[in-house]
Design a protein around this ligand. Structure first.
Ligand code: SF4
Ligand code: SF4
Length: 441
C-alpha cells in the first residue's frame, strides 16, 4: 500500500464553526445598531417631519412636501435600493434590521426564560399556553408583564422622535410644559403604548407572517437565486434523529426543505445551530449542513446566481439612477427661502388696499430679510416693516398697505426681498385703483 493510500484512509475532522462564531453576534450588533440609528437619525436632525411647516427637516434645511424633486427623488431612490436589496439578499432586512423582529425575538427569549419554551403567547392552532411547571409563579408573570410594559413605553417613544426635537421629548417624559408639544400628545402616546403592548405580548412574529407589507414584495423580487438557506442533502444522514435546526427557528420553518416563498428571514439561527452541533459532535464530520448562500452553492451555481441578480436588477438600477438624478437636481435648485404677495383682508368699499407679503425661510439659522417696493412712490403705500428677522426656519407675514385716494388707474409695482445671505427674489403686482374694481396678479 502506497503512502498516499495510507494517508487517504486517515479521516480528517474539520473544525468548522463559522456560523456559530460569527453569525449570531453579528446579527445582534446589526439589530442594536439599527435601533440606535432609528433614534439617532431624527434626534440628530438628519430627518424629522415638521407637520406645521408642511415639510421634512433634513439637517438644518426644511424641505417642503412641495419640493417635489427632492421628496420624490428621495423616495424613488430609497424604494429602488430596497428592491435591489430584496432581489439580492431576500429578507435579510427582516432578520437583521427590522425593529419588529428584534422586539419579537427579545419578547420570545424573555418568555422562554420566565415561563418555559412552550409558553407561546398566541398560538394560531388554538392550543392553550403551556407554562413549564417549575416556572409557574406569580413573580415570573409580574416580571414578564413589567418588562414587556416597560419595552412598550420605550418603543412607543421612537416614532415621536420623527416629529419632535429631543428637547421636546425630554419635556414630554419629564411632564414639563413645552409649546412645541401638541395638547393631546399624552393621549396619542398612551394609544401607541397600548398598541405596542398588544404587539409585544401577543402578535410578535405573526406580524411578519401575515401582516408585513415588505414581505409581500418577496413574491415580486425573490427567486431561487436570492440569498437563502441552502441544505447539503448529500449528507442528509447527519439529520437522523436530529431537529436541532428546526427547534432553533423562531418561525417554525424546517430549513432542510427551503421554499422560495416562505417566512424565512435569513437570520441564520439554524445555520448557527447546525454548525455548533457539528463542531461539538465527535460523530458528525465536516461543517454544518446549512448555509446562507446564493443560488445552489452546494451544486456550484454560485456565480450564475449573481449574474441573475444583475439581470433582474436592471429596472431597479434604472429607478435608482432616476431617483438619484431627481434628488441631485432638487438639491441643486433648492431655494432656502421664498415669498409671495397676495390679497389682504382690508378693503375700502370695493377697493383693495392691503396686500400680505408672506415670507418663508427654510434654514434653521438666524437670518435677516429686507423688503422694498419698486414702482410706487413712497407716499402711495405703507410697509408694516422693511426688515424681517428670522431666528430659525418659519413663516412671517408683512402687511403692505396701499393708501386710499390714489388716482384711478392701473399701478404696476414690484416687491423685492433680499436676504443677508445673498438670496433675492422679485414678485410683480398689478393694482387697480378704482372705486368699482380691484385685482392683483
Ligand atoms: S441541525 Fe443540521 S444535522 Fe440537525 S437536522 Fe438540522 S440540518 Fe440536520
Ligand atoms: S429557517 Fe433558519 S434562517 Fe430562516 S428564519 Fe428559520 S432559523 Fe432563521
Amino acid at each position: 500500500m502506497s503512502a498516499n493510500e495510507i494517508l487517504s484512509k486517515i479521516s480528517v475532522i474539520e473544525e468548522h464553526v463559522p456560523g456559530a462564531k460569527t453569525l449570531g453576534p453579528m446579527r445582534r450588533y446589526a439589530q442594536i445598531t439599527t435601533l440606535v440609528l432609528l433614534v439617532l437619525i431624527p434626534a440628530s436632525g438628519l430627518f424629522r417631519i415638521d407637520v406645521p411647516a408642511g415639510g421634512v427637516l433634513m439637517w438644518d434645511r426644511l424641505v417642503w412636501f412641495s419640493d417635489i424633486f427632492i421628496i420624490m427623488g428621495f423616495w424613488i431612490f430609497i424604494a429602488s435600493l430596497l428592491v435591489m436589496m430584496y432581489s439580492l439578499v431576500g429578507s435579510v432586512f427582516c432578520g437583521w434590521m427590522c425593529p419588529q423582529n428584534t422586539v419579537s425575538e427579545w419578547a420570545n427569549t424573555l418568555t422562554d426564560r420566565l415561563l418555559g419554551r412552550r409558553a407561546k403567547m398566541m398560538d394560531m392552532t388554538g392550543s392553550r399556553m403551556q407554562v413549564a411547571v417549575r416556572r409557574k409563579s406569580l413573580l415570573n408573570y409580574v416580571i414578564l408583564g413589567s418588562l414587556l410594559f416597560g419595552a412598550s413605553l420605550v418603543y412607543a417613544l421612537i416614532p415621536m422622535f420623527y416629529f419632535y426635537s429631543p428637547q421636546a421629548i425630554w419635556s414630554f417624559v419629564s411632564f414639563q410644559y413645552d409649546p412645541e408639544l401638541a395638547g393631546a400628545l399624552h393621549w396619542i402616546y398612551m394609544v401607541c403604548v397600548f398598541v405596542m403592548l398588544i404587539n409585544i405580548v401577543a402578535i410578535r412574529h405573526l406580524m411578519c407572517k401575515y401582516m408585513c407589507i415588505y414581505r409581500v414584495w418577496q413574491h415580486s423580487f425573490k427567486t431561487r437565486d436570492t440569498l437563502h438557506v441552502s441544505y447539503d442533502a448529500t449528507r442528509a444522514d447527519h439529520c437522523t434523529n436530529c431537529r436541532y435546526c428546526v427547534d432553533s427557528c423562531f418561525l417554525d420553518i424546517d430549513p432542510r426543505q427551503p421554499e422560495v416563498f416562505d417566512s424565512c428571514v435569513n437570520c441564520g439561527a439554524c445555520v448557527v445551530a447546525c454548525d455548533a452541533l457539528h463542531s461539538k459532535s465527535k460523530k458528525l464530520e465536516g461543517p454544518g449542513l446549512l448555509r446562507l448562500s446564493f443560488g445552489d452553492e452546494w451544486k456550484g451555481k454560485y456565480r450564475g446566481a449573481l449574474g441573475s441578480f444583475f439581470n433582474r436588477a436592471r429596472t431597479a438600477t434604472l429607478a435608482t439612477v432616476i431617483g438619484a438624478a431627481m434628488l441631485v437636481f432638487g438639491l441643486v435648485t433648492y431655494e432656502p427661502a421664498s415669498f409671495s404677495v397676495y390679497r389682504g383682508e382690508s378693503q375700502q368699499g370695493s377697493q383693495l388696499i392691503d396686500y400680505r407679503i408672506n415670507l418663508a425661510y427654510k434654514v434653521n439659522h438666524p437670518e435677516q430679510m429686507h423688503i422694498r417696493v419698486e414702482g410706487l412712490d413712497s407716499s402711495q403705500y405703507t410697509l408694516e416693516k422693511d426688515v424681517v428677522q428670522f431666528e430659525h426656519a418659519g413663516r412671517q407675514d408683512v402687511v403692505l398697505h396701499i393708501r386710499d385716494g390714489l388716482p384711478e388707474g392701473l399701478y404696476r409695482f414690484r416687491v423685492v426681498v433680499t436676504a443677508d445671505n445673498g438670496w433675492s427674489r422679485v414678485f410683480s403686482v398689478v393694482h387697480f385703483a378704482t372705486p368699482q374694481h380691484q385685482s392683483t396678479s
